[in-house]
Design a protein around this ligand. Structure first.
Ligand code: SAT
Ligand code: MN
Length: 587
């Protein structure tokens, strides 16, 4: 099957444990893909969508209990509990294996075991990393084929002696009571049982490219982040790149393929990635980023020609839809899509849609589609050394507190700002929606080790280069007293990106506040946008009283990391508190 002895031994061991009827080494070919699709159409795993309007598109309805990531069942298994930190559920590795291995025993009987070699990152990039996912789900194989570079070329990388992450996955019986997503960073291993959902089952994505990779990145001196990567081209044709971190379902895909408003003539956005960035310091001292993924696994609801035309023009062909609704003529449908709501729909569970049953499409329904189909796909997206990053942007979903945008004072304050990010929870994970929680660097569900050590790692970059990106914080989600969003968002976010690129060239004046540098209202290009000056002022306002409470909450959160918390974080808390008090006294 392969000439790599380690891989052969592992495949044999997994087969002995899981006892599949057949073993299939995935080569990623068109023939193989077609066979898999036909098999899934025959057994009902997939349904064909309207070939005329959505060529080569398929619908998958998951088990209704298996629609999102399960953070409470996700574990980081390290020898030392402190290494996983209070930000992770922890188990000792021996205990972790002992918990899941019995579940895997005989679980593939009557099924085919697929062995998927995959590469995260462009072919030929020194920063790309390989993995092998063993799974009993053909749906996972079809999705991995879109999301990663799979098959022969990935196997070549492994057979040439590259190390690889081992990911073992079985859908089991899709029983929520027998579901675990286990990570063993010290062993470069993942074991996932009982779920077929994206982040739980497509192991190259969050499990490998973030949880395991963040661990490797710390050891090796780079960064594995939950960030989109985009290029901003100015009217003169100069392109600069930014990477931006937001929690799941907070608009990363929309921002990554944004279409600037007509009033900002000549500006363009190019998409490199929409979810994950691996960043290395170059010899020139700049931070260079690659997108380890090859596809988008995006949230469908809310996506429309109005909110994200490039996305709509990406996902109309060769896409797999999961848990969306369908129209009577077999077109995918979700809340927020263009046009009127059809009078008849089949809901995400396959029933005639009855509003009494809730929404027609699941709030976390998804599409899987190749990034190369995106009209704004960057011609630099597959360049082996990646793209140089001028700015890092962090944000969350906050109806109050955080202004539209501010710039950090320096790297240390930027790391503090990113570590202090909070956001209202979304349907991307099971559990309550809309609750504010700390989500440092948008990595709360994805950092494979202790956040305190992670911030320390981020802080080490300060001494390694004087050409690091500037750091910004944005909030598209601020609401007014009536509970309405104050900022139009979507394409108009370009106005904030434009200001950010100008700041990276040290243009535009700013006002210094305790929490960072705020744009002068006049420097935000709001041409063509009918926004009252009062609203702009409110969007940029920093209320010292609200921020005093916020800083106390941040301090309390940091306190949960005890002695491991880098002193720079405490220093920033003290500075901001002092400056807020001074500004309150002055007022
Ligand atoms: O389910 S995924 O983790 O792949 C998507 C997300 O929640 O960001
Ligand atoms: Mn994500």
């Amino acid at each position: 099957m392969t000439n790599n002895p380690e891989l052969t031994a592992w495949i044999d061991a997994v087969a002995a444990l899981t006892t599949p009827d057949e073993i299939h080494l995935v080569d990623g070919s068109d023939d193989e893909h077609e066979n898999l699709i036909n098999q899934m159409l025959a057994d009902g795993t997939l349904e064909k969508l309207n070939e005329k309007t959505h060529p080569n598109c398929f619908l998958h309805r998951s088990d209704p209990s298996d629609v999102a990531r399960v953070e409470h069942l996700t574990f980081v298994c390290t020898e030392n509990a402190e290494d996983a930190g209070p930000n992770n559920n922890w188990m000792a590795p021996a205990e972790g294996h002992a918990k899941v291995d019995p579940l895997f025993k005989g679980c593939m009987k009557g099924r085919t075991m697929y062995v998927i070699p995959y590469l995260m990152g462009p072919y030929g990039s020194p920063f790309s990393r390989a993995g092998v996912e063993i799974t009993d789900s053909p749906y996972v194989v079809a999705n991995m084929r879109i999301m990663a570079r799979i098959g022969r070329r990935a196997l070549d990388h492994i057979e040439a002696g590259g190390s690889f992450v081992r990911g073992l996955h079985s859908i089991g019986q899709l029983d929520p009571n027998q579901r675990f997503i286990m990570h063993f960073p010290e062993q470069l291993m993942i074991k996932s049982f009982g779920s077929g959902y994206g982040g739980n089952a497509l192991l190259g994505k969050k499990c490998h490219a973030l949880r395991i990779a963040s661990w490797q990145a710390r050891t090796e001196g780079w960064l594995a982040e939950h960030m989109l990567i985009l290029g901003i081209e100015d009217p003169q044709g100069n392109t600069s790149y930014v990477a931006a971190a937001f929690p799941s379902a907070c608009g990363k895909t929309n921002l990554a393929m944004l279409v600037p408003p007509a009033a900002l003539e000549g500006w363009k956005v190019w998409t490199v990635g929409d979810d994950i960035a691996w960043m290395h310091l170059g010899e020139d001292g700049r931070l260079w980023a690659i997108n380890p993924e090859a596809g988008f696994f995006g949230v469908a609801p809310g996506t429309s020609l109005k909110t994200n035309p490039n996305c709509m023009n990406t996902l109309g062909r060769n896409a797999i839809y999961t848990n969306v609704a369908v129209t009577p003529d077999g077109q995918p449908w979700w809340e927020g899509i263009d046009g009127d709501k059809p009078s008849e729909l089949i809901d995400w569970q396959g029933r005639p849609h009855d509003p009494a049953n809730g929404r027609a499409a699941h709030p976390n329904s998804r599409f899987t589609v190749a990034a190369s189909q995106c009209p704004s796909y960057s011609d630099q997206a597959n360049v082996p050394q990646g793209v140089p990053i001028s700015a890092l942007i962090f944000g969350g979903r906050r109806s109050a507190v955080a202004p539209l945008v501010f710039e950090a004072l320096d790297w240390e304050h930027g790391v503090f700002t990113a570590a202090a990010v909070a956001s209202e929870t979304t349907a991307a994970a099971t559990g309550a929606v809309g609750q504010v929680r700390r989500d440092p660097m948008a990595m709360k569900p994805f950092c494979g080790y202790n956040f305190a050590d992670y911030w320390t790692h981020w802080l080490t970059f300060k001494d390694k280069s004087d050409k690091l990106p500037k750091i910004f914080h944005v909030n598209w989600f601020r609401k007014n007293a009536e509970g309405k969003f104050m900022w139009p968002g979507f394409g108009d976010n370009m106005r904030v990106l434009k200001w950010i690129t100008e700041r990276c060239e040290n243009k535009s004046n700013v006002t210094k506040t305790p929490i960072g540098l705020i744009p002068n209202g006049a420097d935000l290009d709001l041409t063509g946008l009918n926004l009252d000056q009062k609203v702009v002022d409110a969007l940029l306002a920093i209320d010292p009283d609200i921020w005093s409470t916020e800083v106390e909450a941040i301090e309390e959160y940091f306190g949960s990391f005890g002695d491991r918390l880098p002193s720079a974080m405490r220093r920033q808390v003290e500075r901001i508190k002092r400056e807020l008090t001074d500004s309150q006294k002055a007022a």
